[in-house]
Design a protein around this ligand. Sequence first.
Ligand code: 6YU
Length: 497
Amino acid sequence: FGVNSKVVIVGCGISGVAAAHRLVKAGFHHVRILEATARSGGRIRTGRLGDNIIEIGANWIHGPSEENPVFCLARQYGLLDPEALTTENQTMDIGGHPPWVPNIFTSSGRKLNAEDFDPAKEMFIELLTESSDFQSKGGEPCASVGDFIRSEVKQRAAEKWKDADAATRSLRLCLISTMLKVECCVNGTHSMDEVGLGGFGLYETLPGLDCTFPSGYEDLIKNLMSELPADLVTYNRPVRCVHWNSTENGVNTVTVECDDGERVAADHVIVTLPLGYLKKHHQALFHPPLPLHKLHSVQRLGFGTNNKIFVEFDLPWWDADCEVIYFSWEDEDAMVDQVPDVHRSWIKKLFGFTVLKPTERYGHVLCGWIAGHESEYMETLPEQEVMQNITQLIRRFTGNPTITPRRVLRSQWFHDPWTCGSYSFPGRGCSVQDLENMMEPLPTKGSQAKPLQVLFAGEATHPYFYSTVHGALLTGWREADRLISHCTTVSQSEPHK
Ligand code: 6YU
């Protein structure tokens, strides 16, 4: 009992590492992490493109300020640029919309001025803000954010843009399509039609201008891991099934069964598996199965794909101050964020690129962003074919037939068998209850069986910071604290033997 309890953590992403860290610091000495792959970090994954450091998974610390534990740890470990540490940076409240300098190109090879973009951008941001408000008000008029934005733009454009000519209005609607695609990447969804309007406002932002890890996000994992016993993690050890409520000598136990047949007995198991993995494998993964209300929440919450395509150039073809490049298709004034023929036109889903800055550190590297089924299809193509499609696209939109990338590297999060996508979002009909169900331990309340046999952490179990690293980290701490307080109470009430 108490610190002698055997705790098994399934998954060595940030939430698993955070849970182990907390338990070990509290004196628990039978903590073990079982990880399917050969590395720690999960969706925090730093790679290389030539000489440049790139982030295959998580990119930014969203809202780097005092309330953000990832920021505080990164500062403590000395992992951030001085600029990120300034009060000015920490207090900037961007509400999830970084004030990036854009370059905007259209499919006929035109470069737009910021003024051409502003009316559509303003209306879009206004509607996103209104979409978030339904969470507190209730009684939303449509099921999804996509439906709401489309119907409102139609009405508002008729009034606000009545003096604009037909071509200008059409261009603005095409720009709305581009922004819907941006938002698909932000939310990790196939389409904004899949993101529930009632649940959209659950996500909360923190103050601070998003910053990156100059030597890679994995530095955070390395620093945390260096404070844990070296043999705490067993790598290449996928878990096949968690047997809970099984009875041995009249006492409930949990047994974790691994793919290689190893069976690990535990008092408590913390499951930190990605929601995509849970959706696909829940049936085989839990014995007995998950209670129905928990299963329904696993199904109702969304988990889609957002991938990156890194492209390096000898020379920049964007402005020196440019931070984001948008591509807008002039045939998309129907406000679409889905491509009708995925195999032929998947590239249309790519909204554009963010520019890796500063240039002295990264060279001339862009990060392309593509979400949804189009992105999942892109993963199946040879990298050479992805590079050809990207080259054609850039040449068309810039009108410059000589632009040639030096090299390309893309992420493949959907086909990663241990992740099955990128991150979670509230689907249609989702409410905070679904996130609460996600984090509820097994057996659920009211059961006479031994409590806290299986606990749940991971980004998809945070009620308002889901889809982020800080959300995932907090859930690891939350479940460790749940166990610490439970084990302390139990060991205090146990008669001394
Ligand atoms: C953030 C960002 N970021 C981009 C991309 C991705 C994600 N995120 P893990 O998966 O890490 O760990 C589970 C482990 O389990 C793993 O090691 C597996 O191998 C293992 N496992 C699986 N099966 C197993 C088995 N059977 N047995 C044993 N082990 C098994 N977050 O803060 N900043 O910039 C981004 C981004 C491409 C893919 C991101 C970002 C999400 C984080 O990466 C993610 O939440 C955490 O790393 C997850 O940690 P974990 O421990 O839970 O799981 C308004 C509004 C809208 C709302 N959304 C806005 C939010 C914006 C989110 N943006 C993200 C954007 C980017 C670019």
